[in-house]
Design a protein around this ligand. Structure first.
Ligand SMILES: Cc1cc2nc3c(=O)[nH]c(=O)nc-3n(C[C@H](O)[C@H](O)[C@H](O)COP(=O)(O)OP(=O)(O)OC[C@H]3O[C@@H](n4cnc5c(N)ncnc54)[C@H](O)[C@@H]3O)c2cc1C
Length: 481
């Protein structure tokens, strides 16, 4: 089989999965008025191989001649990593700034599972990881990654008696010769409601006492005992908005409950090997933060484009402080792009699989996240207060008052009120609190990136220390240059 079409993907979701939205059980995620928007967004990944101009980017042909999604292909070199990076950027552009999310995060988790199995050297796990990859290549299933546990008391370990109950982290409650039974809940899991598979990995380092919590596995989304509760989305344009022909793109994230879920051994990738929870967490984070840095590029480009448009519309394009603000945005975006690309070129190999350079990747994600709010401030400064005070499309359409709006809300010569109001409407969709929180927390909190940068740089820092100790005459040993 190798590749699913968008229609086959949608059909595959009609599988009896248990999903709740706004307090009600969803009969069919593909026809539900809000979730349909998300399904259509995810389906872009399945449409790309059908578009001649994107097929080479989206598809890799295996030596067997079988075409498979590039996401499920094991990268061999920097060119493969750059192609995957480009695929995510292009897919996000097609999604008007929203990545489809049906393959990328699941592939990050699949690769992390594969790397960890290789590092462990456990033949069973290596075989299961490879079988899982082959299964995804064959069926082109969409995969969500469920890493973030609900956690309870953040300072208490998963198995600590200080936790109110033992189920704040997903853990094994039963084992037999057929498989394991797991219990717990994972939060914020993007696209899980409309993915075929849920790939579960731990979210932190584990100690020996936490061995039951050191568990990784995959289940089809319709497995008995898996219950998903989605958060609401703004999936439709308001009647108060100027109509736009392009579809609205959105995702929802699920709270996933694993209510004593049976998992057969062939789908278990970690079970009690607590020392390998951390390498799994880290390798997933390295890969996924690169995905994050990639899919953030189109949205930052849109911020700059909107700022440039409004500066022009309002006649302030050449004003010194506006030029400074545009320059800051250009630096912001190009630093992000350079770091994301450089991390592919300067890749490292973990468990036999090339991955984007972890320090550069975390710098890219951190740079994006920590400067995002400042960049929003720059865009807002250029846009002016009308960003929040503009009357609506309904007012504009009302013949009694529409002409006032046309006369008084125009910009510089040649710029109509409609142009300004449409651009401000687009900007309001970018300037949401949701986008601010996503920047800070999705793919790990800011501190998580700083910690990784610190620990991954320890060796490099020591080299510099040796260099200056030699330069200062403290050490006689000349470091390698
Ligand atoms: C839109 C969105 C989509 C997401 N998608 C996914 C997904 O698909 N899959 C997935 O697995 N996760 C996903 N996440 C989860 C994301 O990775 C987490 O939100 C992030 O790791 C922070 O965890 P938290 O939300 O539980 O916040 P917390 O962990 O509560 O963090 C809040 C603060 O507490 C600090 N903190 C927490 N624990 C400690 C500690 N032990 N010591 C010191 N400081 C601590 C943090 O550094 C941070 O400053 C998503 C999140 C968002 C917002």
């Amino acid at each position: 089989m190798g590749l699913m079409t968008a229609n086959e993907y949608k059909k595959s979701l009609q599988d009896g999965r248990i999903v709740y939205y706004e307090g009600e059980k969803v009969k069919d995620v593909t026809t539900h008025p809000a979730l349909k928007v998300c399904v259509d967004t995810a389906a872009i990944d399945y449409e790309m191989p059908e578009m001649p101009e994107y097929r080479d980017l989206a598809v890799v042909t295996l030596p067997s001649g079988e075409p498979v999604s590039r996401y499920y292909y094991t990268p061999k070199n920097s060119e493969d990593l750059l192609k995957r990076h480009e695929l995510m950027v292009v897919a996000t552009r097609l999604g008007s700034g929203v990545i489809p999310f049906s393959h990328d995060i699941g592939a990050d988790a699949m690769n992390a599972v594969n790397i960890t199995a290789n590092m462990m050297g456990n033949k069973d796990y290596v075989q299961r990881a490879e079988n899982y990859r082959a299964m995804l290549q064959k069926h082109d299933y969409s995969v969500a990654c469920a890493m973030s546990d609900v956690k309870g008391d953040r300072m208490a370990r998963p198995s600590s008696p200080k936790q109110n109950h033992p189920d704040y982290y997903v853990h094994v409650v039963k084992k037999d010769d057929k498989g394991i039974v797991v219990r717990g809940a994972k939060a914020h899991i993007t696209a899980a409601a409309y993915c075929n598979e849920i790939l579960v990995v731990p979210c932190r380092a584990m100690t020996e006492e936490d061995a039951d919590y050191a568990v990784a596995f995959s289940v089809p989304a319709n497995t008995k005992g898996v219950v998903q509760i989605c958060h609401p989305i703004a999936g439709h344009r308001s009647k108060l908005d100027f109509p736009v022909d392009l579809p609205v793109r959105h995702h929802t994230d699920s709270l996933i409950i694993f209510d004593d879920v049976f998992v057969p051994w062939e789908r278990v990738f970690l079970c009690g090997e607590w020392k390998f929870a951390l390498p799994l967490v880290y390798n997933f984070a390295y890969l996924h933060r690169h995905t994050a840095a990639s899919y953030r590029i189109p949205s930052t480009e849109a911020m700059l484009g909107a700022a440039a448009a409004m500066a022009e519309y309002n006649g302030i394009k050449e004003v010194p402080h506006v030029r400074e603000e545009i320059t800051d945005l250009v630096i912001y975006i190009n630093t992000l792009k350079s770091l994301a690309r450089a991390s592919c070129i300067d890749f490292v190999t973990h468990g036999g699989i090339p991955i984007p350079n972890p320090v550069l990747t975390n710098m890219a994600k951190y740079h994006f996240a920590t400067n995002f709010h400042t960049c929003m401030k720059l865009v807002q400064d250029i846009a002016g207060g009308l960003l929040v005070t503009a009357p609506t499309y309904k007012d504009y359409e009302n013949p009694e008052i529409g002409d006032y709006m046309k006369k008084y809300l125009g910009g510089k010569e040649g710029v109509t009120a409609e142009m300004r109001l449409r651009m401000l409407q687009l900007m309001r969709r970018m300037m949401t609190v949701e986008n601010e929180v996503v920047a800070v927390h999705a793919e790990g909190s800011l501190q998580a990136q700083r910690m990784t940068i610190y620990y991954e740089s320890i060796k490099e820092v020591q080299e510099y220390k040796k260099m200056v100790e030699y330069g200062a005459g403290i050490s006689k040993q000349q470091p390698k240059i």
